[in-house]
Design a protein around this ligand. Structure first.
Ligand SMILES: Cc1cc2nc3c(=O)[nH]c(=O)nc-3n(C[C@H](O)[C@H](O)[C@H](O)COP(=O)(O)OP(=O)(O)OC[C@H]3O[C@@H](n4cnc5c(N)ncnc54)[C@H](O)[C@@H]3O)c2cc1C
Length: 425
């Protein structure tokens, strides 16, 4: 039995690694368990929004991110597939210095967080360590059972608080008996890191069509993260068929012909990842002696561009609450509710916003496509609405960016006398 740690965090993903580091920086003994054998190395584009940058700044990480690791982007352009530009979002509208997004080289930011975590005297990061179950005492969670790679029997670790940061399919959540509504979206994304086409500016392009989406995000190292939406259920069959890959390459070239050259580097399905999209809703994030953070508590559709940012935000708020719990010796659900109460409003708003975006951006039917394009164009003419929408994507607000009146104005059904105003939020 091991009882050296106050806190055990299950999962060293976006949320768990940040929580481990935030606690260790306060000198709180923390163990982070990760079932993978080492730091993750998947092909993944990652946009770090202004709220995430603020957190990385507080952790002392932001200033050490080199230009090989992150590329600042200020403008995101939306286009109708086969048609004109619909709308441009300019982060330059936001207050400096948080007036851009950062596109990260696959896992470069995460690697640095994990490196800093490993270097902390009060933290340990155990790779190859899989959560197996919970320990309980007097009805309260009191630790975890872990199986370590290459070692015999599972071991028991006693602690004050267990944090489930183990992603959308969380086993900690199941062990806690927290009921979850897990929704698998019809569509996910093929992802590939390709050379950036000559002449492509450091501005993102997002193409929307009839049931079709292509995202092109310039990334460090003169690359472009290419995301193409496909129905999740077709992916397994697709990946066995070379001709399917060629068909997708032809389709992307037709949408944006500047990609024809870079797509020549794509020869096999091994160069292409697939990211499924899941939403998780849970009725509670805290119980006596345990808490859930990130996707384990509230995965959301990536249209919000906020999943990982919200996992990090959870981690920072929970770290504050843990400090209070240590001072009072109270690790009850009641004491931990301060964390859930602080985080729920923004998460709920973003999940709803992402679902609304999914309904319209992914739409194939002509009426919703027409409405979507009309709203994009209306936003393009309306500085106030663009600013409000951007503050949500940037993670700088917890309230819905658009009221129902704003929706009517964006769709051009009502005039907006304040279209040029820059509101506060
Ligand atoms: C297409 C797509 C694009 C996205 N783009 C963005 C973006 O641009 N910006 C953004 O903010 N978010 C984005 N996201 C969302 C983001 O990837 C997730 O929200 C984020 O990774 C959640 O972090 P997490 O720590 O909660 O979970 P995860 O990052 O999934 O980490 C969970 C960790 O727990 C480990 N684990 C699981 N089970 C166990 C176990 N039993 N024992 C031990 N360890 C375990 C896993 O190995 C993993 O390392 C995107 C998502 C998708 C699908």
């Amino acid at each position: 039995m091991n009882d050296r740690f106050d806190i055990v965090v299950v999962g060293a993903g976006g949320g768990g690694a940040v929580l481990g580091l935030a606690l260790a920086q306060r000198g709180i003994p923390v163990l982070v368990l990760e079932r993978q054998a080492g730091a993750p190395s998947a092909v993944r584009g990652e946009t770090i929004q202004p709220n995430g940058q603020q957190i990385l700044d507080r952790l002392g990480i932001l200033k050490d991110l080199s230009s090989d690791a992150v590329l600042p982007l200020q403008r995101f352009h939306f286009f109708r597939i086969g048609g004109a530009r619909l709308c441009s979002m300019d982060y330059g509208m936001l207050p400096a210095p948080w007036n851009h997004a950062l596109v990260a080289q696959s896992d470069a930011v995460h690697d640095l967080i994990l490196k800093r975590l490993s270097a902390q005297p009060s933290a340990e990061l155990w790779y190859g360590s899989e959560f197996q179950g919970l320990l309980r005492q007097d009805g309260k969670v009191s630790g975890v059972v872990v199986r370590r790679n290459g070692q015999g029997d599972p071991i028991e670790i006693v602690c004050r608080l267990v944090v489930g940061a183990d992603g959308a399919g969380s086993r900690v959540r199941q062990g806690l008996g927290v009921s979850a509504d897990v929704h698998r979206y019809r569509d996910g994304y093929l992802i590939a890191l390709l050379p950036r086409p000559e002449g492509m500016r450091e501005e993102a392009r997002y193409y929307v069509g009839r049931g079709e989406l292509l995202g092109l995000f310039p990334a460090p190292g003169n690359r472009v993260v290419t995301l193409y939406m496909v129905p999740a259920e077709r992916v397994a069959a697709m990946r066995t068929d070379r001709e399917e890959l060629e068909a997708i390459k032809r389709r992307i070239s037709r949408i944006d012909d500047s990609m024809t050259g870079p797509l020549g580097c794509l020869h096999t399905w091994d160069q292409v990842g697939f990211l499924p999209c899941v939403r998780v809703r849970t009725d509670r994030w805290v119980v006596d002696g345990a808490a859930l953070i990130g996707d384990a508590a509230h995965a959301m559709n990536p249209h919000a561009s906020q999943g990982r940012m919200q996992a990090m935000a959870d981690a920072m708020v929970l770290a504050d609450v843990i400090e209070d719990c240590r001072n009072t010796g109270d690790w009850s659900a009641h004491a931990l509710t301060a964390y859930e109460g602080a985080r729920r409003p923004q998460v709920t708003m973003l999940q709803q916003l992402a679902d609304e975006q999914t309904r319209y951006w992914n739409a194939a039917d002509p009426i919703r496509c027409w409405l979507r394009d009309r709203v994009f164009k209306g936003m393009d003419r309306n500085r106030r609405l663009r600013y409000q929408a951007l503050t949500a994507t940037a993670g700088l607000r917890s309230t819905p960016p658009l009221t129902w009146l704003d929706h009517l104005m964006a769709a051009g059904l009502l005039p907006d006398p304040r279209a040029d105003a820059m509101p506060s939020f």
